[in-house]
Write a protein that binds this ligand. Sequence first.
Ligand SMILES: NC(=O)C1=CN([C@@H]2O[C@H](COP(=O)(O)OP(=O)(O)OC[C@H]3O[C@@H](n4cnc5c(N)ncnc54)[C@H](OP(=O)(O)O)[C@@H]3O)[C@@H](O)[C@H]2O)[C@@H](O)CC1
Ligand SMILES: Nc1ncnc2c1ncn2[C@@H]1O[C@H](COP(=O)(O)OP(=O)(O)O)[C@@H](O)[C@H]1O
Ligand SMILES: [K+]
Length: 587
Amino acid sequence: MHIVTAEEMRRLDRITIERLGIPAVALMENAGRAIAEEIIALCRRRGVGRAPLPARAARDGGAPHSAGAWAAGAAHEEAAAPGAGAAWNTAAGRALRGGNPSGGALAGAPKLHISGDAALMAEHAEDEHWLVLVGKGNNGGDGLVAARYLREAGIAVSLLYAVPPESLTGEAALQRDAAAAMGLPAAVHGGGSPGFAGYSGVLDALLGTGAAGAPRGAYAELIAAVNGSGKPVVSADIPSGLNADTGETHEPCIQASLTVCLAFLKRGLLQYPGSGAAGRIVVRSIGIPAGLAREEGLSAYWLTPAVLEGVLGVDVSRRRVPDGHKGTYGHVLVAAGSLRMSGAGLIAARASLRAGCGLATWAVPGKLLPLLVGAAPELMLADAGGQADGTWNAEAAEEVLNLAEKKDVLAVGPGIGRFQEDKEWLKRIWEGAECPLVVDADALNILAECDYRSWKSRREPVILTPHPGEMARLAGVSTMEIQRDRIGLALSYARERGVILVLKGAHTVIASPDGRIFVNTTGHPGMATGGAGDCLTGIIAGLLAQGLEGVQAAAFGVYLHGLAGEKAALLRDDPASVIASDIIEAL
Ligand SMILES: NC(=O)C1=CN([C@@H]2O[C@H](COP(=O)(O)OP(=O)(O)OC[C@H]3O[C@@H](n4cnc5c(N)ncnc54)[C@H](OP(=O)(O)O)[C@@H]3O)[C@@H](O)[C@H]2O)[C@@H](O)CC1
Ligand SMILES: Nc1ncnc2c1ncn2[C@@H]1O[C@H](COP(=O)(O)OP(=O)(O)O)[C@@H](O)[C@H]1O
Ligand SMILES: [K+]
């Protein structure tokens, strides 16, 4: 699934309207109807058992999946089916709503099957009353359309305009008039906090992709009031107050239970804190052809199995040829670990084996070798020279390069620490290794102190795997600046430096020098544990050894790593108990 910026969304809108001739008002009609369907499905879900839907504030940390941030399979793409057919679930429902009311009673007679618009049927509609907050732009227009459909479903709605309705223009003005003609009750925000007591939910149609800066005036007042109301909030397109491109949340920003995102997933919904403000996200089609994004050369994606296969050409089933042997699946060399951090190397090397490479060799300063014998019997150990105290030195680079000669990939960095002439060490490896190179941990910190663009260019790809702190050092900005717009920053760094960049952390971003972007949503905060990153390095190296291209290995590796973290969490009482070795064992 593509992810787009607000500007890209406007371009796709324009093309649909101008080139395909689909009127803007038709898109708005589809958008509003989709939002109404999702609200009805939500009402139906809470109708089952009549349990009140928890308000956003009372929920968890707010991941984009209602089943909990870490639930296994959370990142799998689901087809949006807003409760279709659910209205027919009970025999009473079938009989009352006219779906073949005679049932099997008239044996032998031909059955007449007629069904109504199930997506717009709300059971217990009489218990619902939704407040629709209407902004001045097209987002407000979407809300007005949704209000009409909700009314049609028997749900009471009240409109609250943020600005005088006369200030609406274009399609939004048409919807204002239609809502008035239908007799929907409406008021204009008059300052202060509106009362929410009588409402069962709030539709936030205040600001969408046309918003600029922090919500002002009435918008800000309404958002703050809704957040304090304890009512479930559904946001149209994006939560009002969210930067649709970066995921930054302005003060204030709607905290939604559900966001019905229209046409294409907006970048800001996939990046924290935006992901947290959105609640559950449903992307609904509104008549803009999905293929337009590719035709227009957009190349940012939410990373799913479909994207891995269809866009990146990865065989996610990881089929092996029947006559394959360990040579078929490649040999990884991991240059990692030192006296105080040998475990980092061990984790990376073991993870590469679990990722399916045929052979893995772990190179360490020679002093450590006798201590590591048997640490992982499947691994081969190699003496990389180094200092008498078990740390690395510049000369060890030559040994690593010798060892790398017959290997398919070289991973460097986990647990190496800093040492004298470490910049020289890394330069020699960078320029000399004739296989793909994965650079992690302290090797990234070393790199941050080098002008590596002046180094001899490499034929084989380089994959950098920084966490936000390491990325800040590489880019020469603060960690806060990195987190402010992770996608934008990863993209520009990868392009400028000609490297494949894996910017780790919640919703890891994979950026390639050719401008492709993939955002991963597998994984969970329990993976914020020492060694989890070393494990990822090993997985990516293991996939490269099996012949995957750089971007394929980086994206698939990140996806598998998160999935393994989810599986590992299911074996524990609490995801916080997951440690890096568990992730390896869950691969
Ligand atoms: N064909 C289409 O285009 C389709 C579009 N669709 C929908 O339209 C949405 C985009 O609509 P949009 O471009 O009209 O912008 P939107 O976010 O509704 O409001 C902007 C207005 O708010 C105001 N304003 C801005 N910033 C502000 C602030 N900080 N604080 C306070 N006010 C602020 C600003 O007014 P101004 O201040 O300029 O007078 C401006 O007029 C999109 O998210 C989707 O929902 C779908 O229906 C599909 C078809
Ligand atoms: N909240 C989170 N959600 C998903 N994945 C996470 C989260 N926090 C950390 N991770 C993942 O765990 C790994 C931690 O890596 P890193 O910080 O380099 O650890 P280390 O250096 O100890 O190996 C990364 O792959 C990161 O994406
Ligand atoms: K909104």
